[in-house]
Design a protein around this ligand. Structure first.
Ligand SMILES: [Zn+2]
Length: 292
């Protein structure tokens, strides 16, 4: 069933687990993620990143995402990831998305806050949830959906992007957003060195924010699970995940082609990759459930 983010994340936070938000830029990934959630009987968030519009336009994949969500036996939220311009965001709403990330994080704090506040007013009327971002999420050179700048970043470099807890509190109270993406050690894409998360910062952000605003971690691919688990315990309930699933699918497809010496139909290759991605999605869904 199609639901918004709040219907999924309020329960997750109360029970101290997190729900993955996974990019679904093609039919195989979409089927894999929704089928994985159904097999595990757990909710999931699927998303289209505005930056993926060059790969597949939202007019093509959006209606499929909404259809799959409506038909699913489990709650599925259809979310726009990093919507950076207002017209695009409104297009997602027209297509039936139940949740929007309106990312104005490249703007100065006050402007970001004003834009999100105005947008929340529109979205609330339509029962659509809103995620915003505070502190620009860094992106690696190998990023597959990145915004912001792209360069190889060390853990020391990432610190300059960290979200200030007091600002997070003020932003969430002023705008009324449902969820806030914050930076405490993760980035988009593939990591140059194993990431180290600032868990104390997550706790401080949680304490500074209103109870009804959820904390979001972007760039969870490649973070060791014990760190993810500590971030969940500290109050993270939505975790964006995609890059490493995409990487695993490419590696698997390469092996399949080599194994069969290229004597495999494209449809068979697609189905095999779908199977791999479904198992990958199930692992992620199970891991983020934190044993619950
Ligand atoms: Zn992101």
């Amino acid at each position: 069933m199609l639901v918004n983010m709040r219907e999924i994340l309020d329960i997750a936070e109360k029970e101290r687990y997190a729900v993955p938000c996974i990019n679904t830029p093609n039919m195989e990934t979409l089927r894999a993620v929704v089928d994985a959630a159904e097999e595990l009987n757990t909710p999931v968030i699927i998303d289209h990143a505005q930056v993926h519009d060059s790969v597949i336009p939202i007019e093509k994949i959006g209606p499929e995402m909404v259809k799959y969500a409506k038909q699913a036996k489990v709650p599925v939220c259809v979310h726009l990831d990093h919507g950076v311009d207002f017209n695009f965001v409104m297009k997602a709403i027209r297509l039936g998305f139940s949740s929007i990330m309106y990312d104005c994080s490249a703007l100065p704090f006050e402007e970001n806050m004003k834009n999100v506040k105005d947008f929340v007013r529109i979205a609330k009327e339509l029962d659509i949830t809103v995620e915003a971002e505070l502190g620009v999420m860094a992106s690696s050179a190998e990023d597959t959906h990145g915004d912001a700048e792209s360069r190889v970043l060390t853990n020391e470099d990432i610190k300059e992007y960290f979200t200030d807890p007091e600002e997070a509190g003020k932003f969430a109270r002023e705008t009324g957003c449902d969820a806030l993406a914050v930076c405490f050690g993760t980035m988009h894409g593939i990591y140059a060195e194993p990431p180290v998360l600032d868990i104390e910062r997550v706790k401080e952000i949680r304490a500074a924010m209103p109870d009804n605003c959820r904390i979001v971690m972007h760039g969870a691919s490649g973070v060791e699970f014990d760190q993810v688990q500590r971030a969940i315990d500290a109050g993270c309930s939505k975790i964006n995940y995609y890059s490493y699933m995409s990487k695993a699918a490419v590696k698997f497809a390469e092996e399949k082609i080599r194994e069969t010496e290229g004597k495999i139909g494209y449809h068979e290759l697609q189905e095999a990759v779908y199977g791999l991605m479904k198992e990958h999605a199930k692992e992620v869904l199970t891991a983020f459930r934190n044993g619950k």
